[in-house]
Design a binder for this molecule. Sequence first.
Ligand code: ADP
Length: 608
Amino acid sequence: MGPFLSFARLLLRSPAQLALALLFATISAAGLGAGLLSLEPVLDLIIGDGGAGLAEMARQYNAKVPWIGIPDALVERLPDGRFDSVLVVLGGLAVLTVIGATANFLHQYLALSLCTRVVARVRLDAFRHAIRLPLGDIVRRGPAEFTSRIIRDSAELHAGLVALTSRTAAQLTKGAAAFLAAIFFDWRVVVVAAITGPLLAIILRKSGKRIRRGTRGALRQQEVLLRVASESLQGLKAIKTSTAEGAMLGRFKAANREVVVEELRARTARSLAGPLVESIGILVVIALAALAVREIIRGSMTFDQFVLSLGSLAVAAGSIRPLTGLVADMQGASAPAQRLREILELPTEELRDRSRPRLARHRHWIRVEDVSFTYPGGTSKALDGVSLELRHGEHVAIVGPNGCGKSTLLATLVRLVVPDSGRVLMDGADIHTMQLPSLRQQIGFVTQESIIVRGTVAANISLGVPGATRAAIVEAARRAHAEGFIMALAGGLDAEVSEQGASLSGGQRQRLAIARALLRDPSILLLDEATSQIDSESELQIAQAIAEFGRERTVIAVAHRLSTMLAADRIVVMDKGRVVDTGMHEELLSRCDVYGRLVRGQMLTTPA
Ligand code: ADP
């Protein structure tokens, strides 16, 4: 329960609301207790033999229990007649019921809003944390796992917190009130509680352990389920065209089966706890009845005392019974709590590291010094002693066969990847010792698959540049050669684009990404050139946009097209994680094998 309790502790951050909620729970329970206690005078009035009214009973009570007496002024106003007295008591009960119900409502209302807010905060914290984790962490575990934890696990946590603050608090206080009433009627019931209490605790504990294990397994399998579902639906186009529906269905079925297996595991413990506790309760009542009958026969207990005590005990047991389910809910919330904790405990990128110096705007040179890097779990080096120097304003094209480390090199420059050895210097400063935002804010990175979020075209362009003016957005779109197609959309800049930009062509998406990069006014532009999907018209416009926009900026482009290479000041050829040659097209053609093979092998395409 540790991780669950660590989140439950967040409830304490709103102490007033929590205390008020518990206070109302207590008032509601006290209403129940008082109601039970009032049954004694009612029974007395109805079946008692004295024929005394409430006033007389109050006087007798005052004589018997002088230390908490009923004020005389009140006693004087109580009725003498039996029927009137019953009416007064029943009226009192009605008032108690209304007060109890109101307090109950206020308790639930406060507790539910408290839990909802706490969980919203946990969700926000988890998302904020996840989005600041190093990219590698997310890639390694898979985005679906994080999504599942942030959305699903927090919902489970919510169920646990509600069980704790709303229902458990209500049932416990009610149980305690009814139990106190039972003690009032006959203290001997305490003995019974002393025997059954620990027994119930053991059962709850044992079942809790199983439930925790089952929930943990179920959540793990649900993650797989979520991944399969999102993989299938996001890549639906490819799945349909490769007629892989059956295969994906098979995967989903297998994962679904596993979820069922895990959930059923906890189901046994969940369903067993209730009946067990119930049977124990009934057995206890049977034993009690036997004892009581003996006492009544002996004359040391009256029948109505016995009935009231047993009745109160039954009410107490009735209130405690749902606790088994509630404890199960809380145990069930322990696994998701643990998984949320795990996210929150992963170290983030040092986005807020104010103690490091800010990196000044790049204006001289960038030097990659003997950088090597192997992906976690990778068998060979993705970068193997790469060294490279670029002047400010230079345009460099990086070419090489697939998997030679081009993207990894770009990732190193933005600190998406931290080299195992070697350094990246920018105007003399090691970028890894500087504030991360000061590096990334001056880099425009246009990736092959540009991210498009649901929203307007303008919102997509200004993503990451809060406070960009409309005029700046228009200018960025114009300079990215994106204005034409944007204006053709119904709504222009205010047109809504669908998720992942499905309504846009590859070239259009890339020009939006360029506009976005442009709006940042970067000193360095990193471009991972798309290998396909771009029509020659788009390609020409993209090339023009880059050429214009790249003036006075350092441009590093992973190039797949000859046009990009020819436009560059210098071409860097990579192979197997290494830089094998650097130069211009003609000289490389004549002396570099890898380059020659690339060009001849038509891995590089020319514009049509
Ligand atoms: P390129 O961009 O030249 O095609 P990459 O830089 O993407 O090459 O990849 C270089 C090498 O690193 C490849 O062998 C690739 O398989 C490996 N690699 C790339 N990304 C990962 C990753 N996230 N985890 C493990 N290996 C990776």
